[in-house]
Design a protein around this ligand. Structure first.
Ligand code: GLV
Length: 311
């Protein structure tokens, strides 16, 4: 069985996968065409169009990340080939830590203290009890559900939202359009962990931002396409004076790397990080890849991506 592997840090992935699938021949885009062609399976992260086109005989694809938007939007993706994506695989805990940092950043006023420091201003702000700091998590997939649980374990009331109804212990779950407005109206920090699909594009628009309580904050470790950037900048206002939206911590952008000309870089109340919230740790991820390929080989029922839903 031949597997074409494509991801950054390819040597480490190749070694780890070879250890788990001793029967497989693992090739990469760097191998000569006659060696790499006709792969049975693709294990790929953001493959080029050329790479997908050359491998349209593959019988299964493993997406080496949680989000399948880049793969599904690739015009060379062959139709009807089953796709499996990574589920959590250690990413959720890393994203959870990023989010916990972000929530505390606002709840304990680190944003304000940073600006005060620039003015040598010594002024203490009263702490809002975390029990009075509801946090909203949009998206309750493998990652969103775990992140919601981590924030709840820290003592914050957590509201979660998904398209269809869900029940999660310790989380107030909302769903559908009505549930969306209910959640927005009561959270002080909003976390975006929805998949990037045509129905979630710009879900955070001017109307959604206006539905948040004044002084709310936003953390986006999900996808850049979720936010209407013009509406975000409008809600933040300019300069150091806090607008309706207090601040935003952003890890994902419609175009990455974030272009130098983007107004987000220099905004005093936006924190930009370079899509680092949830790097994929090798161990569990490679186990999932090996399991998926074995399931494909054995013709076993396996949880695949729904290309119409986009996740
Ligand atoms: C990263 O953004 C992923 O989808 O895994």
């Amino acid at each position: 069985m031949r597997i074409l592997l494509h991801i950054d840090d390819i040597e480490a992935w190749r070694d780890a996968l070879a250890e788990r699938l001793t029967e497989a021949e693992i090739v990469t885009a760097k191998d000569p065409l006659e060696r790499r062609r006709d792969a049975d399976y693709l294990a790929v992260w953001k493959p080029s169009e050329a790479l997908l086109r050359e491998q349209n005989q593959a019988r299964g694809i493993v997406n080496l990340g949680a989000g399948v938007d880049a793969l599904l939007n690739n015009p060379a993706l062959p139709e009807g080939v089953p796709i499996v994506k990574l589920r959590d695989a250690g990413m959720a805990e890393l994203i959870g830590d990023y989010v916990r940092y972000g929530v505390l950043h606002f709840q304990r006023d680190f944003d304000r203290y940073r600006r005060q420091q620039a003015r040598c201003e010594w002024k203490e702000h009263a702490v809002t009890d975390k029990r009075n700091w509801p946090v909203g998590v949009l998206g309750l997939g493998a990652i969103g559900a775990k992140v919601a649980a981590m924030v709840a374990a820290d003592g914050f009331p957590v509201h979660g939202w998904s398209r269809s109804p869900k029940t999660l212990e310790g989380i107030t779950c909302h769903h559908g359009e009505e549930g969306f407005s209910d959640l927005l109206a009561q959270v002080r920090t909003l976390i975006l962990l929805l998949p990037g699909t045509s129905s979630t594009r710009h879900i955070i628009d001017a109307e959604a931002l206006a539905a948040l309580p004044a002084g709310a904050s936003l953390i986006n470790p999900g996808r850049g396409s979720l936010i209407d950037e013009t509406a975000l900048l409008e809600a933040l206002g300019s300069g150091e004076q806090e607008g309706r939206l207090r601040g935003a911590i952003l890890d994902a952008f419609p175009e990455e790397p974030l272009p130098q000309a983007s107004p987000l870089w220099a905004h005093p109340r936006i924190w930009v990080t370079p899509h680092m919230a949830g790097p994929t740790p090798l161990g569990e991820a490679v186990d999932q890849v090996a399991d998926a390929i074995r399931a494909f080989e054995a013709g076993k029922e396996i949880d695949t991506v729904d290309p119409d839903a986009g996740y």
